[in-house]
Design a protein around this ligand. Sequence first.
Ligand code: SAM
Length: 280
Amino acid sequence: MLSYRHSFHAGNHADVVKHTVQSLIIEALKEKEKPFLYLDTHAGAGRYFLGSEHAEKTGEYLEGIARIWQRDDMPVELEAYMSAVNAYNKGGYLKYYPGSPLIARHLLREQDQLHMTELHPTDSPLLRHEFLKDDRSKVLRADGYQQLKSQLPPQYRRGFILIDPPYELKTDYQAVVQGIQEGYKRFATGVYALWYPVVLRQQIKRMVKELEETGIRRILQIELAVQPDSDRRGMTASGMIVINPPWKLEQQMSTVLPWLHRVLVPEGIGHTKVSWITPE
Ligand code: SAM
C-alpha cells in the first residue's frame, strides 16, 4: 500500500522540525574532515512544487515553512536549514520546498556520500532525476528498512541515518524499532534520526517503550505539538528520536524549539519537548 504522497504535506510544521534537526546533525558531522554517509531510507520525491494541486489542496506549508522563512529574528540554529530552502527559492518567493534528500545534497561536502531509497512508482523516478548529475549519490527504488542491513556499516565508519516512513501501515511503528536494531547491531556509532507523527499518543508510547527495551543508550526525543493530544483523526504533533545525537543538539533544539513553536503556533496551544529517553 503506497498511497501516501509527501507532496500533500511538504513544508508543514512536521517537516520544519524534522529538517531543522536533520540540518543540525549534518552540520555537526561536518566538523570533522572525514567523510560520512547520509542514508535516507524513506526519501520521497526530493523537490516539492508548492503551487501544485497537492500542496494547494492541503495548504499545510502555509502553516509551516511559509511562517518562518522570511523572519528577521531567526535563531542561528535555523541558518543551515534556511540556506537549503533559499537555495531552491532564488526569486525571493516560496516556490519549492526541498525534501530531506535535497537538504542533504545542499549541505553535504564533496567527500560525503548520499544513499537514498524510495519505493513509490511516481516519486522514485523524480528523486532519481534530481540526482542524475551528482556522483556522490545513489538512488534506489528499494525498501528502506533493508538498507539498514545492506548499507551499514558505512565505508568510513561515519554515518547519519534518517528513517522517515509514512506510518500508513500500523506495522511501521514496530518496523522502525526492528530496523534501528538491525542497523545498530552493524553500526553502533552512527547517528540515527527517526521521525514520528503523534496521531494516537498510545502508539508513540508503545514505540518508545520498545526502543527502551532494545537496551540502546543515548536516545534523545524532540517534539513539537501544534495541538493537545486527541483521540480524533489527524496529527497533533510530530517529533524526532535521535540515537547518538551530536553533543550540541540537545542545547540547540532546546533553544530553537520554543521559537519555532511561537512562530508556527501563534495561538499558543500544544507544547515542545527535548528530553532523553535513555541517557548515556
Ligand atoms: N524523507 C522525506 C523528506 O523529509 O522530504 C519524506 C518521506 S515521506 C514522509 C515517506 C516516503 O516513504 C514516501 O514517499 C513513501 O512513498 C516512502 N515509502 C513507504 N514505504 C517505503 C519503504 N518500505 N521503503 C522506502 N520508501 C518507502
